[in-house]
Structures are given as C-alpha cells and as structure tokens.
Design a protein around this ligand. Sequence first.
Ligand SMILES: [Zn+2]
Length: 341
Amino acid sequence: MTALELDQRYSRQVLFRGIGEEGQRKLSAARIAVVGCGATGSALASLLARAGVGILRIIDRDYVEPSNLHRQSLFDEADAAESLPKAIAAARKIASFNSQITVESQVADLTPSNIESLLDGVQLILDGTDNFETRYLLNDFAVKNSLPWIYTAAVGSYGVTLNVLPGKTACLACIFPNSPRGAIETCETAGILNSAVNLAASIAATEAIKFLVGAEDRLRRTLLSFDVWTNERAEIAADHPRADCRACGERNFLHLAGEGRPRITLCGRNSVQIHERQRPLSFTEMTERLKPHGTVRHNDFVLKFWHEPYEMTLFPDGRAIIKGTTDTAVARSLYARYVGS
Ligand SMILES: [Zn+2]
C-alpha cells in the first residue's frame, strides 16, 4: 500500500464527530494493555488495533487450540496446528491488517509478582481474562495506581462490563466485595456464544475509545449486563466509589500481596498450570531428555510433550500447562519427573 492509501485508513473514523482528527491523534499516541487474549481479548485487541491505538500490549499465558477458533477472532487453524502462544499469534495477525501500530506481546500469566512490570507505562487496562482471581488482582493494581480499567466477561449467552475509574466510579470490589465462590459457570461448563463475546467486547472497546480521546463525560457509569438469547438487560448504578469498599475505601490491596511462592492454578478445564520460579529451559535439551518417554515437538515459543494420558506444554520460562488431569499432585510429580523439581 502507498503512503497516500494508508492516510485513508482512518478516514471514516475521523469523520465521526466524537473522534475527529484530534481524537485520532490521541488514539495513535495511546498505550494500553489487554490482559488475556481469548475470545474477549481477541475482539478487544482486534477492534482497538483497527481503530489505530498506537501501542497495544497483549498479555496472555495460553496457546491456541482448535476449540478456540469458533470465537477467538484473531486466530486461525495454522496457529492452532502450531500451538502458538496467543500473544504471539495475536501480534502476527494484527501486523497483517495494521502494520502502523506497535503490539507488545507478553507470554506470561499475570501474577502479583509481575503485575508492576507487565503493566508498566499503560494508561488503560482492558480485561480479557477468564477468572476472578486475575480480575481482583487487576482491580487492586488499578485502584492503587489510579489507573482506569474496564471489566468485561462473557459466558453462555450472557455478557457483562463495567468501567472502573478509580476515585470517580465504583470498582469491581465495590460491587462484588467477595469473589464468587462455588459453582461459577465457565465456558467449559456453560458453553459460549461468539456473539455474546463480541457484543461485550464492542461495548468495552467503545468505552476505551471514549476514554482515550478524552470524552470522559460520555463514559457509562453502570455495570451493564445483557443476555443475547433471552434479550434480558440490566444496569446497576456504579457512579461513585463505596466508602466502605476494601479497595477504594480502606485501600487494602490484599490481592497484590498474594504471592511470592510458585503457584499451581486450575485453568478451568481438564488441566493444571504449574508456575515455577524463573527456570529458563532449553527446548533442544528438553527434547533430547523427553524423547525416550513420549512424543516431543517444539517451536520457538512452546514445547509439547505427549505422554499418555497427559499432554504437557512448556514455555521458555519454565511454566507448564498439563492437560489430562485436574489433580495438582499428579501434575506436580509429572513436572518434577520430566522437567525438574
Ligand atoms: Zn471500590
């Protein structure tokens, strides 16, 4: 494409009065993070990259699988065949439709120990995660640092989103003081409609654009939920922080203090994630070591080891996702046996 043609890229968006040339300039100067690049994160990153947000940091811990393709719009069959990390596959896809912006890929699980460095320098955080643990961590970080973030979630035919402007609106902990326990529906148990995801992400991406162009007075100040199947819709007022909120009021950021040790997390499906202290792995050495015990394959980003009935995926920093069990002790002993203790 010629420079002239590229100048036309945002012409229809600039024509929209709420954005204009000045808004477009603000978008290209913006630096934001999308945490989690599954279905919601894909849709958010895709919309905001096309809209011309200058620097997009994409943080994701997972790799692309065939079951992602019906709803995770940045990925294709080749990404799944290669088991590419989602943050890497997303950056490649975005570069193919907008090479004028910068995508910073981070293949990592956001934790209390790395959140400061992973979110350093961004002016807005978008939630594309799939779990409350990470959302409360994001909320504590955002409220503590007066950084706006947008909560977005979808499951089944239902979607929900909330803008959090610390000090000005309610935060996630104002509305849900405690993490929902017990039976929480997930995409693995309730399924998910791609249209519910895209609607939630479209609303959140629009709110992000309003914030980035300085149209703060246009930002929604409610928790909005909708069901695309039943057509039910609800809004809960969220226009001010609650005085007795643990995060906003008491400034007790317990989720930021939650870690210092290696941690095992269930991914919500038939798998276990193993965090280790930074243990850089050589995939060439690991391949030699694992070959006698099963099938091994690796690219620059992940190593896959099939050892019936388990499938282990290793990342260069030593993190592992073990499929075929939800028993953390089993996963731990497999990891210790084949990777090291
Ligand atoms: Zn609060």
